[in-house]
Design a protein around this ligand. Structure first.
Ligand SMILES: Cc1cc2nc3c(=O)[nH]c(=O)nc-3n(C[C@H](O)[C@H](O)[C@H](O)COP(=O)(O)O)c2cc1C
Length: 206
């Protein structure tokens, strides 16, 4: 089983807390045996420029950019999507990324949303993703979600930097959510294999 993590942070790795969260979760996925393979895609690496019509026109440059990532997504069974809150929004680069990938790559696969906030926020970006990022690609956000609040004080390698109680709470909660994601990954494989999820008449969601 392969799980791909999509880190929504657009900030340089030096500043990004979401990358820290992504790397912690990536290690846990293997440690807890939720999957045996992971892949991490980070918006801070600027995988794509802004969407343009060339994608639909089969532009060679776009094809070259899209194909390697599309292959990683297609071979994944589930996703963890880390969504820092930027002025109450999901990062624009993450929404742009989701314009590029379709139901053949991510449709009917489970995704765990992980909100990140340096303070007590983080809920808006997760709610935004649930509301308007999966109509056509049919990505399945599972009901369980995580919001890593006061992120600077948890999941740090140096224990001295952690709020002990918050750190152990989030670690337990992350393990709980990842186990659930693993079960959805197994269950939704069957849904996709049923052949009932694609119909050319209903190419897009309503
Ligand atoms: C442009 C910008 C806007 C932000 N707006 C919010 C916000 O509305 N709510 C919030 O809780 N944190 C906000 N933050 C702080 C982030 O939660 C913080 O940067 C956190 O570390 C997650 O993002 P990062 O991984 O990109 O660093 C904002 C950060 C940036 C860079």
């Amino acid at each position: 089983m392969k799980i791909t993590l999509i880190n929504g942070s657009q900030r340089h790795a030096k500043h990004s807390q979401s990358l820290k969260v992504a790397k912690y979760i990536e290690a846990e996925l293997i440690k807890l045996k939720v999957c045996d393979e992971t892949h991490l895609i980070s918006m801070m690496d600027k995988p794509y420029p802004l969407w343009d019509e060339g994608i639909w026109d089969g532009d060679a440059q776009w094809k070259e950019l899209l194909e390697p990532i599309a292959n990683e997504l297609t071979s994944s069974d589930a996703f963890v999507i880390i969504v820092p809150e930027y002025h109450g929004m999901a990062p624009a680069a993450l929404k742009n990324f989701l314009l590029m990938h379709n139901k053949h790559q991510i449709g009917h696969k489970p995704a765990l949303l992980v909100g990140v906030s340096s303070a007590d926020g983080g809920a808006y970006s997760v709610a935004e993703m649930r509301m308007n990022s999966a109509k056509n690609n049919r990505l399945c956000y599972i009901p369980e979600q995580l919001i890593i609040r006061n992120v600077e004080s948890v999941l740090n390698e140096d224990k001295a930097d952690n709020n002990k109680d918050a750190d152990s709470y989030f670690k337990e909660r992350i393990a709980f959510a990842l186990d659930i994601l693993g079960e959805y990954a197994v269950a939704l494989k069957k849904v996709r294999a049923s052949g009932k999820t694609h119909d050319d008449k209903f190419n897009n969601g309503m």
